[in-house]
Design a protein around this ligand. Sequence first.
Ligand code: F6P
Length: 363
Amino acid sequence: MSQIRKIGICTGGGDCPGLNAVIRAAVRTAVLKYGYEVIGIEDGFDGLIWPAEKARPLTIHDVSGILPRGGTILGTTNRGDPFRYKLNADGKDVVKDFSDDVIQNAKALGMDALIVIGGDGTQKIGLQLFEKGLKIVGVPKTIDNDLSATEITFGFDTALHTATDAIDKIHTTAESHHRIMLVEVMGRDAGWIALEAGIAGGAHVILIPEIPFTIERICQFVRDREAIGKRFTIIVVAEGCKPPSDMAAKYESQKRAVPRPGQIGNAIGEAIAMTARRETRVTVLGHIQRGGSPSPFDRILSTRFGVAAVELIARGAFGRMVCLREARIHDVPIADAVGAMKSVDPKGEMVQVAKAIGVGFGD
Ligand code: F6P
């Protein structure tokens, strides 16, 4: 058992529906069950670099009413790695290591342990701070659901609702205008949102980074649909897709930059329009998927994770991250959790389900 009186909480990396629900659950458990004081660390780890402006007490009152609220009341950043902090000093870009300041400031605040809520990058920073002596516990977060240590991350379900709703809406206009319509969804490295929202929204084609596709095969799929009287096609594209082989040559020969997330849907849409000679429209959902109120599933998972994180602290189980395995709360060493991505298995059940009902993957 560890002697804990005061704990900190921070949120790092991209925001995600459910962060506030984790904060609320952790504060309530810490205060009500264990009598700990809680400090909110603002903007990732910035609050431990500049505690005077960016660290504040978090009471039960402070977390009242935040359960259904998207975003994070603590603020976040994906540019705040204290080990390699980018600053502009006297007009010059410099990189500074603030990790010793973080450790000292945590001590000065009387902080006995820190809950780090974040994705892979944030957990890696948490692990480094743990190795430097800070008592860290982790809570995984990403709407992309691509962390292998946990079956599911909160925020994913809410993003799926948003993406599925968008695909439903695109469906009616695509059908009316007899168009090919692409919906680009998030998923920087993995195609989980595209795959599951595509299935839930009844998409005809799903393009994900894990399954190589070609423009020609997508166009053939469109022609095959037309041959049976279907004059519209809905294509869901994961933003992490790279241009397929029959598009890539164009980028190489014209020395053009390969499209980034947010551009790939338009690039593929243009290529399909040129090849199939059909009217094509593209919708990029972008950060809408990260915003808004968490779904009931995400609120519950976030609450379970928040409670479990405080339980880890009470047990003295530092350097560990909470996770979900077979629908139950578990914990794993952060060291085993970071850097291990969960990709869609092209031979896995979910892809086979989609294929069985006739969804094309352009492969
Ligand atoms: O990793 C989560 C994620 O939402 C990705 O799907 C997306 O590519 C990225 O974050 C966007 O990050 P930013 O907020 O920096 O644009």
